[in-house]
Design a protein around this ligand. Structure first.
Ligand code: AMP
Length: 185
């Protein structure tokens, strides 16, 4: 019953690795970025609320994200385990998550940080813009996302200091998957 928090800067490969592990373990991958993109596409109330943040590469306000993730983690399919991909991204989110996990009695097993240097990230994100057509993979928005990461998410590495496992995210996708699986084995 794996319960994993997958962290790393934008473009580190969290989504890809999260999807591979979610398929393999048959547990849900819970990714607020994906939830927001789907809501924006459908034009829901939540979608309207988060669109300007998501499009500009700024973090959606904590209370909005926390509510979305709380209700997602309370759904029955999470009993099998889960992979959190892109949450938490601020210390306030991490604190809310800690409280929630105690409440629902689902402690996490591991925090994994995919470590990738900035220039690598920029190249990957630009490539993804061409591949996947994501509106937030333009140069200006990429800069905002890295800024948000460095200001608000990087401090989480201290929050989880004694729990986080650093994994080099620069090798090929299968090699990174193997490194994660080796660590969790
Ligand atoms: P991602 O797909 O993880 O790169 O997320 C895309 C966008 O969704 C981010 O740039 C933010 O605007 C928003 N987002 C995703 N996760 C979070 C989070 N944990 N906190 C705040 N905003 C988030």
């Amino acid at each position: 019953m794996p319960r994993i928090i997958l962290m790393g800067p934008p473009g580190a490969g969290k989504g890809t690795q999260g999807e591979i592990l979610s398929d393999e373990w048959q547990v849900p991958r819970i990714a607020p970025g994906d939830i927001f993109r789907a809501e924006i596409k459908e034009g829901t109330e939540l979608g309207v609320k988060v669109k300007s943040f998501s499009d500009s590469g700024r973090l959606v306000p904590d209370e909005v994200v926390i509510e979305v993730i709380e209700s997602r983690l309370r759904q029955p399919d999470t009993q099998a385990g889960w992979i959190l991909d892109g949450f938490p991204r601020t210390v306030a989110q991490a604190e809310a998550l800690d409280n929630l996990l105690v409440e629902i009695n689902q402690p996490y097993d591991s925090v994994i940080n995919l470590d990738v240097p900035d220039q690598f990230l920029i190249d990957r994100l630009k490539a993804r813009a061409i591949d996947q057509g994501r509106v937030d993979d333009t140069e200006e928005v990429i800069t905002n996302r890295l800024e948000e990461y460095n200001a608000k998410t990087r401090p989480l590495l201290d929050f989880y200091a004694d729990k986080v496992k650093q994994i080099d995210g620069t090798p090929s996708m299968p090699e990174v998957t193997e490194a994660i699986k080796d660590f969790l084995a």
